[in-house]
Write a protein that binds this ligand. Sequence first.
Ligand SMILES: Nc1nc2c(ncn2[C@@H]2O[C@H](COP(=O)(O)OP(=O)(O)OP(=O)(O)O)[C@@H](O)[C@H]2O)c(=O)[nH]1
Ligand SMILES: [Zn+2]
Length: 213
Amino acid sequence: MLDARLQIVEATPATAAPDTADSVRPTRQQAEAAVRTLIRWAGDRPAREGLADTPARVVRAYEEWFGGYALDPEAILGRTFDRAGYDDIVLLRDIPVRSVCEHHMAPIRGVAHVAYLPGERVVGISKLARLVDAYARRLQIQERLTAEIADTLQQVLQPRGVAVVVQATHECIASRGIGMQGVAMVTRRLLGAFEQDPARREILALLGAGRAD
Ligand SMILES: Nc1nc2c(ncn2[C@@H]2O[C@H](COP(=O)(O)OP(=O)(O)OP(=O)(O)O)[C@@H](O)[C@H]2O)c(=O)[nH]1
Ligand SMILES: [Zn+2]
């Protein structure tokens, strides 16, 4: 039974319109039609009363969950300030991470800790949280999310060092597949001065997560 349904679904791409090309953004109407398809795939009827407005809601929700594509992470770090004589670690802890795994399109939830050792300039601390959010609200794997946050901060601000740790749970592990709750994934990227002791040891002690030793 399941195989028969799969065959039907797989047969349709032959009739797909050219506007399904990879780089072309569908219209809102097309996106809503795709949601109706998924509702039918789930086994329900998009026309029933309770689901009538669901495709429009889901499409609006996607604009929030995937709002990161419309943001320019480098521009977020555009305004900087003189470091005012401060030259030690700046750390923003427990920045909420709300992302979506690119393998299952299931939620990734957790926190990011973002630290840097200032060069000449510092950045407004809210911008570190905005930077995390701009990359999180895309289809991601945690490794890329971590690397993108660190690399952008290093490239734009050019501090003496950058450290990013992300700790998150993946709904695709918790509610399907292996079905294990409470499993956390920890990723980190240490750049510049944080690549070597003593700065490496200090930042890992401060972060208390993702330690190598
Ligand atoms: N490295 C990495 N893997 C991830 C991330 N999010 C989800 N995954 C994993 O991506 C993998 C995809 O593996 P596949 O074998 O192609 O997919 P699957 O059959 O659904 O795998 P299972 O989840 O084991 O049932 C799974 O092992 C997921 O746990 C992530 O951020 N980073
Ligand atoms: Zn997944």
